[in-house]
Ligand binder design. Structure first.
Ligand SMILES: Nc1ncnc2c1ncn2[C@@H]1O[C@H](COP(=O)(O)OP(=O)(O)OP(=O)(O)O)[C@@H](O)[C@H]1O
Ligand SMILES: [Mg+2]
Length: 363
């Protein structure tokens, strides 16, 4: 265990009858001051895992280890964690102020200090003036902010947040992402954040744990997860992808040649771990990582030829769907809004130039 390790999970499993919600899951270390996000589709076990870390569920098997000690059966109030639940779980009979102050009162802080801390956090979550309302008199988004404030105000060592921004409107959500990140960094808090929103995960986290069916698909920085997805699931879950299936034809010291339905593609990538000639691979191409233009007379390296099927004008980008000979499904390509440069129309022939370095996943 490294000096700064706060939390480790070893082969953690949680069953509910026949349902295996979390399945032998390992996380080697979550470090002090780190912002880690559990990301995955609905039902993949995120809440169950977070509840086991908070002490609201006990694992069926495996170990939850905090500061080097197994804490499997320690109740929530004896842990150094504080959790915001997916359904907020505010105290209905208490005011906003009472809800936020609750944890500080339990800790017997002086009245003045409680006032001061609650006021500060009310400003932070933009809830000034609403401190005397009861939860039932608040909108969903306002309740969510109270829940967040109640958790943060006690400055716990580990904050567990279960989709805390899901009920906010788009602009408030983006603002709160930045606020949470700022608070976390300034207080050097360890945060475990749960979301099924990949953009939220990418924009807030130091590391992302991508989950699927109770298991981990990949743990990595947002850049790793986006640029070097370990599995097709991760690649597809984090944004749109084009897939080109192929077979490794040759391996040199600094490139790999892959034969595909669109011809030979050359990957100038020195990081050729564990590949052998003949291996089946899937090349991952993000829609924004390619360039394209009017049909060139001479075929360039890593160039695909296609014709425009249609396009969608999204505003910031134009998304083209392109028919490429030799590919099973159309190629999707994003171009930043071309403004004066014009938009290609359906039926026009284009050449698509793939990046010289691409990422692929072994079958
Ligand atoms: N108390 C329970 N009893 C029985 N099954 C449960 C219980 N809690 C969760 N499950 C099941 O365990 C699986 C994981 O549920 P969990 O709530 O952890 O998913 P999640 O990733 O948080 O999903 P969401 O994004 O929808 O909140 C699901 O199949 C769910 O139906
Ligand atoms: Mg959940």
């Amino acid at each position: 265990m490294a000096e700064s390790t706060v939390l480790e999970l070893k082969k953690v499993t949680k069953r509910f009858g026949d349902v295996v919600a979390v399945d032998g899951l390992n996380i080697p270390s979550i470090n002090k001051g780190e912002f880690v996000t559990f990301l995955g589709p609905s039902g993949c076990g995120k809440t169950t895992l977070l509840r086991m870390i908070g002490g609201f569920y006990y694992p069926t098997s495996g170990s939850v280890i905090m500061y080097g000690e197994e804490i499997n059966n320690i109740p929530p109030e004896k842990r150094k964690t504080s959790m915001v639940f997916q359904n907020y779980a505010l105290f209905p009979h208490m005011s906003v102020f009472g809800n936020i102050a609750y944890g500080l009162k339990v800790r017997k802080l002086p009245k003045e200090e409680i006032q001061q801390k609650v006021r500060r956090i009310l400003t932070l979550v933009k809830m000034e003036g609403l401190e005397n309302r009861k939860p039932i008199e608040l909108s969903g988004g306002q309740q969510q902010r109270v829940a967040l404030a109640r958790c943060i105000v006690i400055e716990p060592e580990i904050i567990l947040l279960d989709e805390p921004l899901s009920n906010l409107d788009a602009s408030l959500r983006i603002m709160m992402r930045a606020e949470i990140r700022k608070i976390q960094q300034s207080l050097h808090l360890t945060v475990i954040f749960v979301t099924h929103d990949q953009e939220e995960a990418m924009s807030m986290s130091d590391r992302i744990v991508v989950m699927n069916e109770g298991k981990i698909e990949q743990i990595g920085t947002p850049t790793d997860i986006y640029e070097k997805p370990a599995t097709l699931f991760v690649a597809g879950f984090i944004g749109f992808i084009n897939l080109i299936k192929g077979r490794v034809e040759s391996i040199q010291s600094d490139n790999v040649v892959v034969s595909t339905g669109v011809g030979e593609l050359i990957n100038n990538n020195k990081n050729i771990n564990g590949l052998s000639i003949g291996d089946g691979v899937t090349i991952i191409v993000r829609p924004e990582s390619v360039t394209f233009g009017k049909k060139l007379s001479k075929k360039e390296k890593n160039c695909l030829r296609g014709s425009i099927i249609n396009y969608t004008y999204i505003g910031s980008v134009v998304r083209y769907t392109i028919d490429v000979d030799g590919l099973d499904s159309p190629f999707i390509l994003d171009v930043p809004n071309p403004e004066g440069r014009g938009i290609f129309q359906s039926g026009e022939n284009v050449d698509i130039s793939l990046p010289g370095k691409f990422h692929f996943i072994k079958d």
